[in-house]
Design a protein around this ligand. Structure first.
Ligand SMILES: [Fe+2]
Length: 156
């Protein structure tokens, strides 16, 4: 049984983000499984995976918030940065030979849940509107090029 199960209450309703959050939960489960093996190489490789996935997820979210013109994008980015600093601190302690098992798992789980249901939910409406507009625009573009036919689209 997984250490941490995804709960529908974590869903924002933005598929691409929900899938990335699910992946983070999956990573935390992988980390828990690696920690129980006490295999330092295995733990180290999962830690690298969790850190790099978290970084790219945060960068993705930050890009969406900026594109959407979300007013709290700056403070949200600061929260991301402070979390990255926390993960890096754990990673350094691990590299120095400390046992980070219990604290790291608890902190990751509490932080992620809190962040999703309190901070991420706040950008939902703004980002959703931007994505819908983008979608409508690309549908219109496709319809327009279909109407014109390939010759007119290319040479018209
Ligand atoms: Fe976030």
């Amino acid at each position: 049984m997984a250490y941490w199960n995804w709960d529908p209450s974590y869903e924002l309703g933005i598929n691409v983000i929900d899938n990335q959050h699910k992946k983070l939960v999956q990573y935390i489960n992988e980390l828990q499984a690696a920690l129980t093996t006490k295999d330092r190489d295995k733990i180290a490789s999962v830690l690298v995976g969790v850190t790099s996935y978290t970084l790219s997820h945060f960068a993705f979210e930050e890009q969406l918030m900026a594109e959407a013109g979300y007013a709290m994008a700056g403070p949200h980015k600061k929260v991301h940065e402070s979390f990255i600093a926390t993960i890096n601190r754990y990673k350094s302690s691990f590299d120095e030979g400390y046992n980070i098992t219990g604290q790291l798992m608890a902190e990751l789980q509490i932080w992620l849940t809190h962040h999703i249901v309190h901070d991420d939910i706040d950008y939902k409406e703004c980002v959703q509107k931007m994505l819908e507009k983008k979608d409508t625009h690309s549908i219109e573009m496709r319809a327009e090029s279909k109407k014109k036919g390939w010759f007119q689209t290319l040479f018209g």
